[in-house]
Design a protein around this ligand. Structure first.
Ligand code: B3K
Ligand code: ZN
Length: 881
């Protein structure tokens, strides 16, 4: 497939389906390579569709075995069946049934879309368009049907059989050799939410009673022998169900809720109605095999998929252009849940870090697209940080702009009005416009306009008038296909900081909405605050109230005063980030400025030393974030052009080492005192202590390799949990030499039977910023722990390497060549994972000319490869475009 041969699907071409499918009865006999699927559809013309349209059902690599209309076999002339479509040329203009028999081979399905077998477990992935790989169907989200599913299998190979909805019957046949189960889901749903699971699985169970009195049986299914690792996921599930009742008034609506973990999965998890299927990485946890980060991700993803039950399943999307309607909103909901369960400021900081490194870089490169794209060739390429993370930021801004109460009223209205529907962004926004009485027309631009806006701010204090004027302007750089940008609505929350903390905000400006909020909806505006006896330091975008870049010319000394005096934790953290980022950008751009890093480290140390001594013990999770410098990718993006990754890396190392040197004894003390020696517990407070301790360890290893290596080895030996042991390994990777290799070997031995832990081991090595890493990665591809057939292994080793700024961007171009070749090879078996990996090239345009030309050549090589999937062809074309 060449990208130019693929049709472009446009939002403006949407029209309702000509046909509707009210019910679907599936009868599926599972077999490892000949699974028989019988689908009985009850169809009727859609009154909103075209009256004379043929019936064209979608397929993908399907073969038809038989076709019956109202029970009668159809003769050949009445229909055409190809692998991609089943067309009835003259369907009856009334209700009728179609019975469609197909046969599929789950074992041969390496794309992991549709029905496949993963480590002897049958499972499905249907979003976005995988159902058409199981049976011919109107595979679009606005065709919603009630499903009844009968599953049958040999009892030995699949003792557990699950599908969506409630279990209505089960039994044995063939003298007990085979068995079946029948599932009914009363809630009409699009085909992308269909799921089945069959296999030998263990489980944990728990009873739950919803706030409105429904008894629900919850279960988490995992590979045999791993049930003792399912407890945390179950605990998270119960907590997020209660939270959704309390915070959004949403109750669960079936008698069972099943979560199943499988080991081969293209993404994190999938929200199939009543039967969430997960990548096992996001379910399995015990202290020896999961880190604090894993525990937190499991909590977030269990919640995310559960929350989709309302925002995604009960209310789904009219078409795939509306993807952010469910994804952005559901990310926002899971972020809020984690904030309530853990520390809100720390969660916000972590989310903003992710937003900047993933979404801001997407928005700054050739793959930039609006939160609601207007056209696509391959929808699976639009499950992006822009749709998810920026989509969540848009909801967050909406809440800030209309206020907590109107936001909740708007959500209530949305649930009441759109329940059972396939909705649009317009319908969603209308609920908030109504609930708040505000016109959201301009706000809606957030869904249409790509690119990260920049706010340019400056302040003037007039001592005579005792006033402070804040000038704010906004601009958004052109992005592909959108040369001219319109001003967006930017909620700018702020404070003015004086000697004794926050000063009162008094102004008569219309742009000031009260409660510390300025609404910047013009290209520029000014707000004057009065009655100020001292010159304030502005603290802008508190809590990161808008997903923008901020240019505010504050001296380092003022920023460091913000760090010490601001009441907003996010901006305290941001102040340190800004000081560090400026110095790193300077030295990354011009190596002559590297000398200035020592002075920056000195300034930072002056505030960090008392902070670590006096405040860090009370909030170690926050302190860990303060110690962590901005990501190298963020510095690259800030530099924006002629980027030299080696210079950025050297600057980053240099600044870290200088900070480490100045904080030396304090870091050692932290490492010592934060070791509580208590048994591992995954709660946020304990995790925060480990985070700070391990952040200290990393800095020590960078500053004094010998001391770092000694501490790392001791920590590895003493560690009763993976968090500390992996941190020891990571610190050790910073120290080249024999002890490092020895620890790498020891780690592999300790976890030889744990593929998910070995993924971290693979990744830690792929991230080593040294010239030998490419050879090491090539070697690791031969290691028994690695397999090109498993997405987690690929993401760990190859994805890890592609995220290694200096080694992926090696000046000889070999890093690009290596990743490009894997993309091409992988495309033949798993196009979705291949196209994700190709996305690693998204920032190639900002590189210095030498690397830029090498990266472009490798992208072109991919683009010119014959028979590419639509997935990879589309990314290659847009990246080069
Ligand atoms: N909705 C799924 C993602 C499906 C990706 C399809 N390529 C997981 C989620 O966002 O919850
Ligand atoms: Zn989602």
């Amino acid at each position: 497939m060449r990208a130019e041969d693929t049709p472009l699907i446009r939002l403006e071409d949407y029209r309702p389906s000509d046909w509707l499918i009210d019910t679907v009865d599936l009868d599926i006999r599972l077999h490892h390579n000949r699974t028989r699927v019988r689908s009985l559809l009850s169809l009727r013309p859609n009154p909103a569709g075209r009256p004379d349209a043929p019936l064209v059902l979608d397929g993908d690599e399907l073969s038809l075995s038989a076709l019956r209309l109202d029970g009668l076999l159809l003769n050949d002339g009445a229909y055409t069946a190809t692998p991609q479509a089943l067309t009835l040329h003259a369907p009856p203009r009334r209700r009728f049934t179609l019975m469609i028999d197909t046969e599929v081979d789950p074992s041969a399905n390496t794309k992991l879309m549709g029905l496949y077998r993963s480590s002897r477990v049958y499972c499905t992935q249907c979003e976005a368009d995988g159902f058409r790989r199981i049976s011919y169907f109107l595979d679009r989200p606005d065709v919603m049907s009630v499903y009844t599913v009968r599953l049958e299998a040999a009892k030995m190979s699949a003792p557990v059989l699950l599908s969506n909805g409630n279990l209505v019957a089960a039994g044995e046949i063939a003298g007990g050799e085979r068995h079946f189960s029948v599932w009914h889901d009363p809630h009409p749903k699009p085909a992308y939410l269909f799921a089945l699971v069959g296999g030998a699985l263990d489980h944990v169970r728990q009873d739950y009673v919803t706030a409105d009195g429904r008894s629900v049986e919850l279960a988490v299914y995992v590979e045999p022998g791993k049930a003792d690792r399912a407890g945390w996921a179950m605990d998270c599930l119960v907590r997020c169900m209660r939270w959704d009742e309390r915070v959004f008034g949403r109750n669960y609506d079936l008698d069972v809720f099943n979560v199943v973990a499988v080991s081969d999965f293209n993404m994190g998890a999938m929200e199939n109605k009543g039967l969430n299927i997960f990548n096992d990485k996001y379910v399995l946890a015990d202290p020896q095999t999961a880190t604090d980060g894993d525990y937190a991700s499991i909590e977030a993803i269990i919640a995310h998929e559960y929350f989709h039950n309302w925002t995604g399943n009960r209310i789904t999307c009219r078409d795939w252009f509306q993807l952010c309607l469910k994804e952005g909103l559901t990310v926002f909901r899971d972020q809020e849940f984690s904030s309530d369960e853990r520390s809100r400021p720390v969660k916000r900081i972590a989310d903003v870090r992710t937003l900047r490194t993933t979404q801001f870089s997407e928005d700054a490169g050739p793959l930039a697209h609006p939160v609601r794209p207007r056209a696509y060739k391959e929808i699976n390429n639009f499950y992006t940080p822009t749709v998810y993370e920026k989509g969540a930021e848009v909801i967050r801004m909406l809440k800030v702009l209309i206020g907590i109460e109107a936001f909740r009223a708007g959500m209530d209205l949305y649930f009441a009005r759109c329940d059972g529907k396939a909705a649009t962004i317009e319908e969603f926004l209308a609920c908030f416009a109504e609930a708040s009485g505000k016109d959201l027309t301009q706000f809606a631009r957030w869904y249409e306009q790509a690119g990260t806006p920049t706010i340019i701010a400056s302040g003037r204090y007039d001592a005579g008038a005792r006033s402070f004027t804040l000038d704010l302007a906004q601009t958004t750089a052109p992005t592909p296909g959108q040369p001219d940008k319109q001003p967006v609505v930017l909620p700018v929350t702020l404070g003015l900081i004086g000697r004794a903390g926050d000063l009162p905000l008094r102004t008569t400006s219309a742009a000031y909405a009260g409660d510390g909020l300025i609404v910047l909806d013009q290209p520029s505006l000014s707000v004057t605050f009065s009655d100020l006896d001292e010159q304030p330091i502005p603290s802008l975008l508190r809590g990161f109230s808008a997903p923008v870049r901020l240019e505010l010319d504050l001296a380092d000394a003022d920023l460091l005063r913000l760090f010490s005096a601001d009441s907003d934790s996010f901006n305290r953290w941001q102040a340190v980030q800004t000081v560090a980022s400026r110095a790193l950008v300077g030295a990354g751009r011009n190596t002559a400025k590297r000398d200035a890093l020592a002075a920056t480290a000195g300034e930072l140390a002056e505030v960090l030393i008392p902070f670590l001594r006096d405040q860090a013990p009370a909030d170690p999770a926050f302190a860990a974030q303060v110690l962590r410098l901005p990501a190298q990718a963020d510095i690259a993006r800030e530099i924006g052009q002629a980027v030299d990754p080696d210079a950025i890396h050297a600057a980053h190392r240099g600044l870290s080492a200088e900070i480490g040197r100045r904080l030396g004894p304090h870091l050692l003390a932290l490492h010592e005192t934060l070791d509580t020696k208590a048994p591992y517990r995954p709660d946020a407070a304990s995790a925060g202590r480990r985070a700070l301790r391990n952040e200290a360890l990393g800095l020590i290893a960078l500053t004094s390799p010998e001391a770092g290596a000694r501490l790392a080895e001791a920590q590895f030996a003493a560690g009763d949990n993976l968090t500390d042991r992996l941190a020891a390994l990571a610190a050790m990777t910073l120290v080249p030499g024999e002890s490092r290799e020895e620890l790498i070997g020891r780690f592999a031995k300790s976890y030889a039977a744990e593929p998910l832990v070995l993924d971290k081991w693979l990744m830690a090595q792929a991230l080593i910023p040294e010239a030998g890493t490419l050879d090491r990665v090539r070697g690791l591809m031969q290691h028994p722990a690695f397999s090109l057939g498993n997405p987690n292994r690929i993401r760990a080793l190859i994805g890890g390497f592609a995220a290694n700024l200096t080694q992926f961007n090696r000046p000889d171009g070999e890093g690009y060549g290596f990743v490009a070749e894997i993309v091409i090879a992988l495309d033949r078996t798993n196009p979705q994972v291949a196209s994700r990996l190709l996305g690693s090239f998204k920032s190639w345009r900002m590189l210095e000319p030498g690397r830029k030309a090498l990266a472009e050549a490798k992208l072109a090589m991919v683009a010119q490869t014959p028979n590419l999937s639509r997935d990879v062809a589309d990314i290659a074309e847009r990246a080069l475009g």
